[in-house]
Design a protein. Structure first.
Length: 99
């Protein structure tokens, strides 16, 4: 009896997994979803917390992402928060400042 010495490779046409491209900007809603999953709370409540943290850290947020100061003149001016970079996301969601 002859043995087949071929390696065990799948014969299916397996396509490589597509990786999601890294997101470069994050909206208040995106940060709220992350915070809600992390804390196990309702996303609407998390959005309220995210906006509060953005207002409380307005000066730091403007330093980390200058696009915020182009849209908002003050933390409570009523204009919508723009999409922000990953440094702001880390500050708001994790409380960490990345340099």
């Amino acid at each position: 009896m002859s043995e087949n010495n071929t390696p065990d490779t799948p014969t299916t046409d397996a396509k490589p997994k597509r990786t999601r491209p890294k997101k470069e900007t994050f909206t208040v809603g995106d940060m709220a979803k992350i915070r809600a999953q992390k804390r196990g709370i309702d996303p609407y409540r998390a959005a309220k917390e995210v906006r509060g943290r953005l207002r409380a850290n307005f000066a730091e947020v403007c330093k980390l992402d200058p696009s915020v100061s182009k849209v908002k003149s003050a933390a409570n001016d009523g204009n919508r928060w723009p999409a922000m970079n990953a440094k702001v996301r880390d500050l708001i969601v994790n409380g960490k400042k990345n340099n």
